[in-house]
Design a protein around this ligand. Sequence first.
Ligand SMILES: Cc1cc2nc3c(=O)[nH]c(=O)nc-3n(C[C@H](O)[C@H](O)[C@H](O)COP(=O)(O)OP(=O)(O)OC[C@H]3O[C@@H](n4cnc5c(N)ncnc54)[C@H](O)[C@@H]3O)c2cc1C
Length: 378
Amino acid sequence: MESRYDAIVIGGGIFGCYSALYLASKGWRVALLEKEARLFQKASLVNQARLHGGYHYPRSVATAVMSDAHKERFTAEHRPFIHASFEKYYAIDRYGSFTDASQFERFCQYLRIPCERIEAHPLFNFERLEALFRTVEHSFDPVLLAAWYRQRIEAERNIALLLQTQVAAATADGDEWRIQTQTNDGAPAGLLQAPIVINATYAATNAVNRLFGVQPLALTHEISEIAFAASPQLRNIGLTVMDGPFGSIMPYGLSGLLSISSVAYTHHSISYDDLPTFDCQQPHTDPRCQPQAPGICTTCPRRPPTNARKMIAQMRQYLANNVQLQYLFSYFTIKTKLKASYIDDGRPTEIALLRTQPRFYCLFAGKVNSIYEIEKML
Ligand SMILES: Cc1cc2nc3c(=O)[nH]c(=O)nc-3n(C[C@H](O)[C@H](O)[C@H](O)COP(=O)(O)OP(=O)(O)OC[C@H]3O[C@@H](n4cnc5c(N)ncnc54)[C@H](O)[C@@H]3O)c2cc1C
């Protein structure tokens, strides 16, 4: 293994992969470290696949503007993996919404995103909805995106992909980082050196920051479930109910499946610690999932039982009686949020230079289509 690189990127989700490809395209030699056996196994695969265009964040204009700003470019550069031809509705719950219909309309006008109020629709229950809006929102296909990014990383000569590899220890030596790596079993895996490190590990952000001696971010972590279902009537329709009693059902990319999430039932356990610390990790000492090195929830035998029945029951309140919904399976992963997001439900992508000489960037991802924020920083 060659040990000296221009940059070391830690984390092989979409943010780490995009960072590595971006730097490699400038002629940099990059080592990409990924703890698991394959790239794209966590949040970049297990999400609702919404290609955010702003609608979702009426209480966080900063997140809405950032999502909208990157939507066109992300669509253009990932076109074969984007479902752009379904009908997308946003709705306001009649009870308990933090945003009402007129506020939502004004917010869309402010962002200049299309939003047309619909007075009747055979598939939705207007007794429960204060208002329904026809909008324009697309969905990316995480499975196809993952395959595409894996291919590109493998084909890129300037990237050395080190799978099942983690940082064991890091020290600053003048302008360079010296990083001792290890396998998931703790066996030494070699020494790497580089003047720049980028931490793109999402749920493991603070664990990696800690190894490099830089400050933690104020984060919360939630074991989250995305349920998948099929419906003959909703095959080409998405509905997202804002804002508070949130629930959403929409096409999961080009798969023909519908993904379902809800504020009340998507999240199972919450960890307020710096590191993602959950009861399911405590009784066992499996190195594949610990607070300092979280694992893959979907394939974990200790993952929580599904909440799909409750999610579907919640969504049914907004749907006409004749809509059939069949639950198929669920994916689980850890969702990590900035603690500050509790105020406005925002999901900014935060990239911070936490140390200079040698440089250490901490890249905490809000939305998939904000990968381009990296270019501003690097
Ligand atoms: C339930 C849910 C729904 C969401 N819905 C949407 C949505 O609809 N639209 C949207 O745009 N965004 C959505 N998001 C947010 C989006 O998925 C994330 O912001 C994004 O995928 C994060 O990408 P990432 O590359 O930073 O993290 P990840 O994809 O989690 O990648 C981090 C990688 O780092 C690796 N890693 C961790 N520790 C180490 C280590 N020590 N050494 C080496 N590698 C390590 C992990 O194994 C993982 O592969 C959702 C997120 C969740 C969880």
